[in-house]
Design a protein around this ligand. Structure first.
Ligand SMILES: [Zn+2]
Length: 317
């Protein structure tokens, strides 16, 4: 079977694995990124790919890299990445000098979408959306069986549509109330801090304020903590607005939710369902399924590996 290396490059670490064409991923390696300068990130990717290549043996046909930011498909240049603070960074060119195999670069969330669509919960659908809820909200859209890239490689950037333009938090992109600043994992934490004055006796922020995680808030909400429940309610409200908007734009069969916050599972899906239905007006309510994504942290590596095997970010192959 043909094999490829799939690389997932994130804001704090990079991971690579060996993908065989049946969708199995193995020999995974991960490195922390201590320094986000271009040269240091290139060195880290070269290192992690080298580890995967050593495990894979001689038959690796290509390498795929999913990176944050807006990626020019042909060259693999990162046109803009707020996570790395990069503009026009020639990632594809720098990496191609280091390996003999063909190498492709695309946006990380689009790679994850291709992975979930091909081997995860999107399998068998024609209209599919993946949203990864983590530090931000990444996304990807498959419409009529085609992964949408957009005229300047920005299709699927649903994290930066505004849902609270008048009253929201300030986003890393400079706008107010973007979907991702309101409804990502860090969005849930922002809601908890914003509600602090209303809960002066709250134990949620007693210790380790800087280490407050979305998981801790969610677990406290499940245990009935009033402060956590109020933050969770605001988070669910904002997430539901974004999901209903995505349904209005794309009318997908399925929206899959991935990323760290998706570990909330049914607690989150059951909470957003009635809100999303209430906000869905132009298509029959309830027809878009909302589920937790299947591939977890592997989705990005799997999708990048598929891109490598197919010679581009496509659902065909
Ligand atoms: Zn934004």
């Amino acid at each position: 079977m043909r094999t490829a290396i799939g690389v997932d490059l994130g804001g704090s670490h990079t991971a690579a694995g060996v993908l065989t064409e049946d969708g199995t991923i193995h020999a995974q390696h991960e490195l922390d990124l201590d320094d986000l300068s271009f040269d240091s990130v290139v060195d880290a990717v070269v290192q992690v790919v080298g580890l995967a290549l050593a495990d894979a043996g001689p038959n690796v046909s290509a390498i795929g890299v999913g990176s944050p930011g807006n990626v020019q498909a042909q060259t693999g240049t990162i046109l803009y990445s707020p996570n790395f603070g990069w503009k026009d960074a020639p990632l594809g060119k720098a990496l191609r000098k280091k390996f003999k195999q063909p190498l492709y670069v695309a946006n990380d969330a689009r790679c994850a979408t291709l992975g979930e669509y091909t081997f995860g919960c999107g399998r068998g659908t024609k209209n599919f959306v993946l949203l990864t809820l983590g530090t931000g909200i990444g996304g990807g859209i498959v419409g009529e069986g085609e992964l949408l890239l957009g005229s300047s490689f920005g299709a699927g950037e649903v994290g930066h549509h505004q849902i609270r333009a008048d009253s929201g938090f300030t986003c890393t992109c400079g706008k107010i109330g973007c979907f991702e600043v309101q409804a990502s994992g860090t969005g849930l934490i922002r809601h908890a801090f914003a509600l602090e004055p209303s809960f002066p006796r709250s134990s949620l922020l007693d210790s380790a304020r800087d280490a407050l995680s979305s998981k801790r808030i969610r677990k406290a909400a499940q245990a009935g903590d009033p402060h956590a429940l109020a933050a969770w309610k605001n988070f669910v409200s904002d997430l539901s607005i974004g999901l209903a908007n995505v349904i209005a734009f794309v009318n997908p069969e399925l929206i899959a939710l991935g990323g760290g916050v998706s570990s909330a599972g049914a607690f989150m899906v059951d909470a957003v369902r009635p809100e999303v239905d209430r906000l869905t007006t132009m298509v029959p309510k309830g027809t878009t399924r909302i589920e937790i994504a299947k591939l977890g942290n592997d989705a990005g590596q799997v999708g990048a590996g598929i891109m490598a095997l197919r010679g581009g970010l496509t659902t065909h192959g």
